[in-house]
Design a protein around this ligand. Structure first.
Ligand code: CA
Length: 225
């Protein structure tokens, strides 16, 4: 299983990252400061590192420099509230692979993580890149969806929403949970965006596919129900 090290000291973001990554099938380990992060990164089997720059003690750029200096090879994606171009340039010079400015949507992060991991996924475990449910298949690598062998075009958001349902088949997912997983933390409070997108998926994939569970949320159901 793909193991992601999260280096982040802000608990709200940690919760958001852990919840989303675990729901997307990743194993996560958390470090809230540079010393812990260095020990875990250099010791453990880490496939990718998510790195916050503003950390207590040694900051993220210092940590990145140390890790690369000591031969840490895994891809590093920097997460930061800073907008400074200098940090971005420094980050890449020190060996970061990608850069995401907070606030970001979970979907955006997931796309970048997959892009960084793609090479190893194709080489190693390509069969884990396809999710299937009933006559729907969803290829995480090519981002193609088919229904009974017929190609269906989905927007990026529709794809992520369907992927979330397919990772939790027949499980009731609340609107709030779906908002957290698919939209991240930058949606309007009281937004009906989940209902709107469930409607889009029903239109493209058939009305029966996603069932409304009154007062609770939605769930993906097999075609024979
Ligand atoms: Ca921070």
């Amino acid at each position: 299983m793909t193991h992601i090290l999260i280096v982040e000291d802000e608990s709200r973001i940690v919760t958001f990252l852990e919840k989303g990554l675990q729901a997307s099938g990743f194993t996560t380990t958390l470090a809230t400061n540079s010393d812990d992060a260095a020990a875990i990164a250099l010791d453990g089997n880490i496939d990718l590192l998510l790195l916050d720059l503003g950390l207590p003690g040694q900051d993220g750029l210092g940590l990145l420099k140390d890790l690369r200096g000591q031969g840490f090879q895994a891809p590093v994606i920097i997460l930061t509230a800073r907008h400074g171009i200098d940090d971005k340039v420094a980050g890449f010079e020190l060996g970061a692979d990608d850069y995401l400015t907070k606030p970001f949507r979970f979907e955006e992060l997931l796309v970048r993580i997959r892009a960084r991991l793609r090479t190893s996924m194709i080489a190693g475990e390509s069969n884990t890149c396809v999710l299937a449910f009933g006559d729907i298949t969803l290829d995480l690598r090519t981002r193609r969806v088919s229904l009974g062998g017929r190609r269906i075009d989905l927007s990026a958001r529709e794809f992520t929403l369907l992927e979330t349902f397919m990772r939790h088949p027949e499980q009731v997912l609340s609107r709030q949970h779906l908002l957290d997983l698919v939209w991240g933390y930058d949606y309007e409070p009281g937004s009906n965006v989940v209902d709107v997108y469930v409607g889009y998926l029903r239109k493209k994939l058939g009305n029966h596919l996603i069932e409304t569970v009154r007062g609770m949320g939605y769930r993906l159901v097999p075609a024979f129900n």
